[in-house]
Design a protein around this ligand. Structure first.
Ligand code: NAP
Length: 497
């Protein structure tokens, strides 16, 4: 496998060229080393990419293609990703310090996303709506134009695919801006898209800072929509910019998701699911189950077993197949996680495990942080309300269904929820009552590209994935065609006098 980093070139509307913006450094945080430095895009690069994207999108060779013809490009991109899974996984693991096991899964999921949206496109219909007069009514879906996709560092290839695949399928051009901490894997995607023969201009990858490249994208008059995944404060800023242009925006934002353990659950299943829900990806997951509510009748025993299971987790190098918890993405991010744990302790939390950097000599150069469990604070503490985005779990007791619904909903986020119980009707009642875009019952962090995903409240606006994911990148147009052949009676024309 080729273990070189991409050249110092970005992908501007089908052309590889040196970026004219500030340098971006990609680090391998697990070893505390530098991967490479690339020249990021400038505002002029953004303008050039959008101008060429607009021309390419308007060309009938793209927007006028029949669905099965456009879908064939998505299938080729999917095949290209599949053929390069090891390379993509390696680049992404170097960029983010995620385990190879996880980055292989993310690459596989990205390939599936392109294939799925090709199939959705081929099987989507326009609407023949019920007539209410002597006319035929038809509603059709058209592309928006040039779409900006802005993605975070935590699962870049999967986040990229969830935006780029439906946007291209819908007939748009896409300008993608990856996060500054993880610019490399999106450039790999650009290479695969190029090899798939996508007409030039339709796709750009512009690494660069959010402030310069991101802002320019959002404010550019020829960007028809921004699809954003990232933090809530950035999302709010983008929504305000979008409001000024009256531009549609999709926002996949942060979370502080409750996991609820009822006394009647299968405790071993629950413990395994909770560990995976909070500590996989080192907790750097929007859907991390970071607030755990355990029914008071089993609280002491369950939490003791959970701590024991947490202490058995294998913290290690991302290329070691036995590793469960790898390094955080960047030393600065570890500092932010550490600040949150200090805050929790200052708020009166008790440290049940973790709260330190692992002391194994082979991990000391990396940005590792031990899986951490805090308890003894109420749901009103900041450590229970704010997203830490690291391997930090806060555990709280609850009395009954009403109590846990109230506590679970007492938070500004609304992304996900986990429920562990053998009582299915109770799980459904609680699942309906909790503010969340996704509810997992006796499982956690399961994903399917065919199931819509998104959040409510501070977790965002809109849904990705599923058949309706295509519609997020289209506008609807309705046609009325007269079938009566009669002049409108209001006009009283032609005159009969
Ligand atoms: P972030 O700081 O909000 O950055 C996300 C992206 O936005 C990056 O590409 C960033 O560029 C860019 N950006 C920053 N400021 C911008 C601006 N003013 N205008 C336009 N773009 C701007 O988030 P992050 O730290 O990368 O990612 C972690 C967050 O993402 C967490 O809150 C997590 O919950 C959320 N997330 C949500 C989902 C979901 O589906 N709901 C999935 C994954 C992650 P730079 O990197 O250059 O700053």
């Amino acid at each position: 496998m080729d273990q070189q980093f991409p050249n110092d070139q970005i992908f501007v509307a089908g052309e590889w060229q040196k970026g004219r913006g500030a340098e971006i450094r990609s680090d391998f945080a697990a070893e505390g080393t530098e991967n490479t430095v690339i020249s990021g895009a400038s505002a002029d690069d953004v303008d050039a990419a959008i101008e060429r994207a607009k021309a390419a999108q308007a060309h009938a060779g793209w927007s006028g293609l029949k669905p099965h013809e456009r879908a064939s490009y998505l299938y080729r991109i999917s095949d290209g990703i599949t053929a390069n899974i090891e390379r993509i996984a390696w680049v992404q693991s170097r960029d983010t310090s995620k385990t190879l096991t996880e980055t292989r899964a993310l690459a596989t999921s990205a390939a599936a996303t392109f294939r799925y949206f090709g199939a959705v496109l081929e099987t989507s219909d326009d609407l023949l709506t019920a007539p209410r007069g002597a006319y035929q009514t038809l509603s059709v879906y058209e592309p928006l134009g040039v779409v900006a996709a802005i993605t975070p560092w935590n699962s870049p290839i999967a986040s990229d695919a969830q935006k780029v695949a439906p946007a291209l399928a819908a007939g748009n051009a896409v300008v993608l801006k990856p996060a500054s901490w993880s610019p490399l894997v999106s450039l790999e995607l650009a290479r695969i898209v190029e090899e798939a023969g996508l007409p030039r201009g339709l796709f750009s990858v512009l690494p660069g800072s959010g402030r310069e490249v991101g802002n320019r994208l959002v404010e550019h008059p020829d960007i028809a929509k921004v699809s954003f995944t990232g933090g809530t404060s950035t999302g709010r800023h983008l929504a305000l910019a979008a409001a000024r242009k009256l531009m549609p925006v999709s926002l996949e934002l942060g979370g502080k998701s409750p996991t609820i353990v009822f006394e009647d659950c299968d405790e071993d299943l629950a413990i395994a699911g909770i560990l995976f829900g909070i500590f996989s990806s080192s907790g750097q997951s929007c859907i991390a189950g970071s607030r755990l509510f355990v029914q008071r009748s089993i609280y002491d025993r369950f939490v003791a077993r959970l701590v024991e299971a947490t202490n058995r987790l294998r913290v290690g190098h991302p290329f070691d197949a036995a590793t469960q918890v790898s390094s955080l993405v960047h030393p600065d991010h570890r500092e932010s996680v550490e600040d949150y744990v200090r805050l929790g302790l200052d708020e009166g939390a008790e440290l049940l495990t973790g709260g330190t950097r692992p002391d194994a000599p082979e991990l000391t150069n990396g940005a590792f942080y031990a899986p951490t469990i805090l308890a003894g604070v109420s749901n009103t503490a900041r450590i229970c309300r704010e997203e830490v985005f690291g391997p930090v779990l806060v555990v709280m007791p609850f009395d009954d269904e009403a109590d846990v619904i109230a506590q679970g909903n007492d938070n500004d986020y609304g992304l996900a929820c986990g429920i562990w119980t053998r009582d299915y009707p109770k799980a459904m009642r609680v699942g309906h009552a909790i503010q969340a875009g996704t509810v997992w019952i006796n499982t956690y962090k399961q994903f399917s590209i065919s199931t819509p995903f998104g959040g409510d409240g501070d977790s965002g606006i809109g849904r990705e994935k599923g058949r309706s994911g295509l519609r997020a990148y289209q506008r609807q147009k309705s046609f009325y065609t007269d079938l009566s052949g009669q002049p409108h009676p209001w006009a009283r024309w032609p005159a009969d006098d």
